[in-house]
Design a protein around this ligand. Structure first.
Ligand SMILES: Nc1ncnc2c1ncn2[C@@H]1O[C@H](COP(=O)(O)O)[C@@H](OP(=O)(O)O)[C@H]1O
Ligand SMILES: [Mg+2]
Ligand SMILES: [Mg+2]
Ligand SMILES: [Mg+2]
Length: 354
């Protein structure tokens, strides 16, 4: 009997691998003037659009009735003045879609030599990502480049794809083209993919899908605990993290890193805690920023909650709803961290009253 979600996992891995190859290629010949600015002021590059086109094309081919909650849409691309960008996207997406078959790839998924798509097909594929999410049914969520700022800096970023069924994350893939395969060899081979399936654990493999190896969060040696956090001060309250570290007696400096690569690092034991508290009232976390990572944590034997200790809810729509932050850690340390977070929060409220 084949394992549940085996086909979905293979297809999702194929899609993420091709998107990772594309984003690496774009970075290597990054043409910065092609960076657009979206309304939310985050940089969106030709790579975000092309990667979403590639992943959605493959999903659309393999699972034509599955909706997709994707970060990007093609509205700006359909504007007349975006013709140069459109041409680049067609070129890049087709290069990725038609590359030779790799490990586990099957031509019936619409990939491999000769499977070019037209501009219209690719724009429609990007717009397949317009699902609004929800409690009932099966849907994918995609962040074609998570950590856009890290990508532009040449730092960490991730291609993140997850399958959600009735609000529950069943499959999560995080492709990290710039992450060292072994944390103890930061200048060694780079590029890994993390894949988790509900009830089946987490694997780390190379960026080409070779050498899948099961991983679990190792127990943290005393004094070795440290925080994983955003590089961007606008994305997480880093001074709050400082106070939590103090309360926990953590002496090691935090590891700052863009994207869901942080979840990959957490599950393989590079830093024992991922803490992300809101910086401004009103920002709602997006499901594509945490769906894959949350399953990774749980399947690697960790715990992920908000700062009230409640589970994250992926059935609310495109966001996680009211934002009480995110606390992820190994099972043995999560309760300690949560207590420190709540104490630091109480101190803040006290100070605000005074
Ligand atoms: N004010 C805010 N608070 C929290 N997250 C934010 C934010 N503004 C943007 N983000 C999200 O933070 C993500 C990056 O997280 P990190 O800081 O961990 O790298 C961005 O993903 P994208 O880069 O895909 O747009 C974006 O969705
Ligand atoms: Mg963005
Ligand atoms: Mg993101
Ligand atoms: Mg993104």
């Amino acid at each position: 009997m084949s394992l549940q979600y085996a086909i979905e996992k293979q297809v999702a891995l194929a899609a993420v691998r091709r998107a990772c190859a594309l984003t690496s290629a774009v970075f290597n010949k990054l043409v910065k003037q092609e960076t657009l600015t979206k309304d939310d002021k985050s940089p969106v590059t030709v790579a975000d659009y092309s990667a979403q086109a590639v992943v959605n094309t493959i999903l659309g081919h393999a699972f034509p009735t599955d909706p997709i909650v994707g970060e990007e849409d093609a509205n700006d691309l359909r504007r007349e003045e975006a013709d140069k960008l459109r041409n680049r996207i067609v070129e890049l997406a087709n290069e990725a879609l038609t590359a030779d078959l790799g490990i586990g790839d099957i031509a019936e998924w619409g990939i491999g030599p000769g499977q070019e798509r037209t501009l219209e097909e690719l724009l429609d594929a990007i717009d397949r990502g317009n699902d609004q999410g929800g409690r009932v049914g099966r849907r994918w969520t995609l962040d074609p480049i998570d950590g856009t700022k890290g990508f532009l800096r040449g730092g960490q970023y991730a291609v993140c794809l997850a399958l959600i069924v009735d609000g529950d994350v069943k499959l999560g893939i995080i492709g990290c083209p710039n992450l060292p395969v072994k944390s103890e060899e930061p200048e060694g081979q780079k590029g890994c993919i993390f894949a988790a399936v509900k009830g089946q654990g987490v694997e780390q493999m190379t960026i080409s899908g070779a050498n899948p190896t099961p991983i679990v969060i190792p127990p943290v040696a005393p004094g070795m605990l440290n925080l994983l956090e955003s590089v961007e001060a606008a994305h997480a309250d880093l001074s709050f993290n400082g106070r939590v570290s103090e309360l926990l007696g953590i002496t090691r400096p935090p590891t700052q890193m863009d994207s869901q690569a942080k979840y990959g690092c957490l599950v393989r034991g590079d830093g024992g805690v991922y803490l992300r508290m809101p910086t401004k009232a009103g920002y709602r976390e997006k499901i594509w920023d945490h769906a894959s990572g949350s399953l990774l944590v749980q399947e690697a034997g960790g715990v992920i909650t908000n700062s009230l200790g409640q589970p994250l809810d992926f059935g609310l729509g495109r966001t996680l709803g009211a934002n009480y932050g995110i606390v992820a850690a190994g099972r043995d340390v999560h309760a300690l961290v949560l207590a420190a977070v709540q104490k630091a929060r109480a101190e803040e409220l006290e100070k605000a009253k005074a």
